[in-house]
Ligand binder design. Sequence first.
Ligand SMILES: [Zn+2]
Ligand SMILES: [Zn+2]
Length: 335
Amino acid sequence: MEKDIYVRLVQKLYNVLYVQLLLNVACNVSLKCLKKFKQRTADASCPIVVKLLCHLTDCLQTYGLHFSDNTEHNNISSTSDVTDFMRKGLTEFLSLVVLLYAHIFQLSDLIEQNYAALSHNELLKELHVTAKVEMNIGNENGEVDIMPMNWSVEEAKLFIGRWCQSVETLHQIVDNENVEKKLYTPAIRWHAPSLISLPNDYDSLFQYYHKKLCESCKQKPKTPVLCLLCGKFLCYNVDCCSRSMYAEHIWHSLECGNGTALYLNIDTSLISIAKGLRNATWISVYLDKHGEEDKNLKRGKPLYLNEERYSLLNQMWITNSFDQFSRQWNFQRIN
Ligand SMILES: [Zn+2]
Ligand SMILES: [Zn+2]
């Protein structure tokens, strides 16, 4: 696939998501607030996203589609609430789009980027989208705008009108409730992949897992580990639950992480990186109050999660950059 085809495809999906998110806003705005927004639409300084929101609610009303379902529990009350909601949903989507873009086209600089930290505008720049999608400067009221990608306001309005018309047609031929239910389904929230959340204090983790049985062999593991990708508890590098010559953790890294997995060793607090038949030990993400590790838990001091280390590990996993950090790989014995 060529890069420009990928970007064009992204543009279409971005605009569909844009309208979906706009509909979510329409379902979470009070009629009073909507009235306030509508009074502003003739004003040149009114953000385009608010104009499109008002157009969408007009179209829904025109076609007899009920949209403001729960005005008591709405959480949109200002134009900045609208732009914040839109930006959040679109940024989550773009983080994944850029991650895929970097890997499909093997863009090494981009692969090492921390996508989760990039803003909406920075992500768009990575895709070389030149169209003005967000006006950062804001208008005279200091409001920032979020626009569809490469669509004029008129094109966006046309799409929204046609979409409402199709929903109305569907409304006439199928069960009303189903159509409305689908209409109110919140847009998919896109999250960048991440490691599981860990508790702040190590002791609670240790107390919970040190007596637990392995999910595969139903025995108490000699080396108990927790997969940081999915949270499965299993035996590490032993024969008890090996299959076809390979230890369970190798099978698990294939099934869970396409060959690469990270395991937290419950008895030592250290992290093991398993990549194919290789493995390496990484530092601990749990430190004492002086910022020191307690390898093998010999000192018995309370240990707390070090967010910085855990987010570095998360970043290394997302960018698959363990080769640069772990030079001391051990090769797995085959049972
Ligand atoms: Zn086992
Ligand atoms: Zn797993």
